[in-house]
Write a protein that binds this ligand. Structure first.
Ligand SMILES: NC(=O)c1ccc[n+]([C@@H]2O[C@H](COP(=O)([O-])OP(=O)(O)OC[C@H]3O[C@@H](n4cnc5c(N)ncnc54)[C@H](OP(=O)(O)O)[C@@H]3O)[C@@H](O)[C@H]2O)c1
Length: 270
């Protein structure tokens, strides 16, 4: 069965995490527009049910919802049990749920720090592990991992968040090779988008960052086009591509100092 370059298993469903807001909503709409039945998850059941109603109405595809808190150690197993009970067997997994901690490292509460790492790293890895096995057994599938521009450079004042996304980038680029050809893996690195992320993460973008903002629908299309084209990794938007390239060619301590200087005034001690 050929996987690269085709949107195959059209009848298989797509599981989207973090589907109640921001980029997850855009990814869900784009997948529905491409004809995929959906399985949506996030913590808030009412928000998911509202999304499901809207998507069924706009795109006419079947949608099921399964709430789960993926920042808890039992979140992934509860989600998998709930999906198994609903007979959902997705052939596409979009690991999108995530949040950041944008403040000085020593001000992070350990509880929030651990919850972020659980969600951004452990839950994403456990879901990828479970569905890579299931997709292989079922004849193939696709997995999209949402990283960030912050994965491509050291990110002072969001150091642990950036490190969590560097893990996602590295994991995805390796699995792209290791799981081929049965399972296609692609990493999407968005730059700044105006979503619930700022409030959830305490991010305070400056005017220059705001000017680079792409609409979540644009980022979703770029990510899904790359996934179905069989790419290993895509950075959304030209300004972000340039920044990621600078992250590769400039010395990393220089890059970290520049980013710290430009963001530092927005995160004064106090
Ligand atoms: N916005 C940006 O500038 C930006 C830039 C680069 C990368 N990203 C990445 O893009 C992805 C999507 O972020 P976004 O901008 O769309 O943020 P968002 O608007 O805050 O949406 C986050 C989604 O994740 C869900 N979520 C949060 N905590 C969860 C948990 N503990 N368990 C399960 N679901 C949870 C939220 O739903 P509930 O609250 O209902 O659970 C929501 O659906 C994230 O991985 C983020 O790191 C964002």
């Amino acid at each position: 069965m050929r996987l690269r370059g085709v949107e195959y298993m059209q009848s298989g469903s797509a599981l989207v995490t973090g589907a109640s807001g921001g980029l997850g909503v855009a990814l869900a709409h784009d997948l529905a527009r491409r004809g995929y039945p959906l399985v949506l998850t996030a913590r808030s059941r009412p928000a998911l049910e509202d999304m499901a109603r809207r998507i069924r109405k706009s795109h006419g595809v079947p949608v099921i919802v399964q709430p789960a808190d993926l920042s808890t150690p039992s979140g992934v197993s509860e989600l998998l049990a709930g999906l198994d009970a609903q007979d959902a067997r997705p052939s596409i997994l979009v690991n999108n749920a995530g949040f950041g901690l944008n403040e000085r490292f020593q001000k992070h509460s350990l509880e929030r720090l651990e919850a972020m790492l659980q969600l951004n790293i452990l839950a994403l890895t456990a879901l990828t592990h479970a569905y890579a096995q299931r997709m292989k057994a079922d004849g193939g599938g696709h997995i999209l991992l949402v990283a960030s521009l912050a994965a491509h450079m050291p990110a002072p004042l969001m150091a642990a968040y950036g490190a969590s996304k560097a893990y996602v980038l590295s994991l995805g680029e390796a699995l792209h090779v290791e799981l081929a050809p049965e399972v296609g893996v692609t990493v999407l690195s968005p730059g700044y988008m105006e979503t619930g992320f700022d409030e959830a993460s305490g991010f305070r973008p400056n005017a220059a960052t705001k000017r680079t903002a792409l609409a979540p629908s644009t980022v979703a299309r770029i990510g899904l086009d790359a996934l179905f084209a069989g790419k290993a990794s895509v950075v959304a938007g030209n300004a972000n591509k340039l920044a990621a390239m600078l992250g590769r060619i400039l010395p990393r301590t220089f890059m970290a100092r520049q980013l710290y200087k430009s963001a530092g005034e927005r995160y004064q001690e106090g």
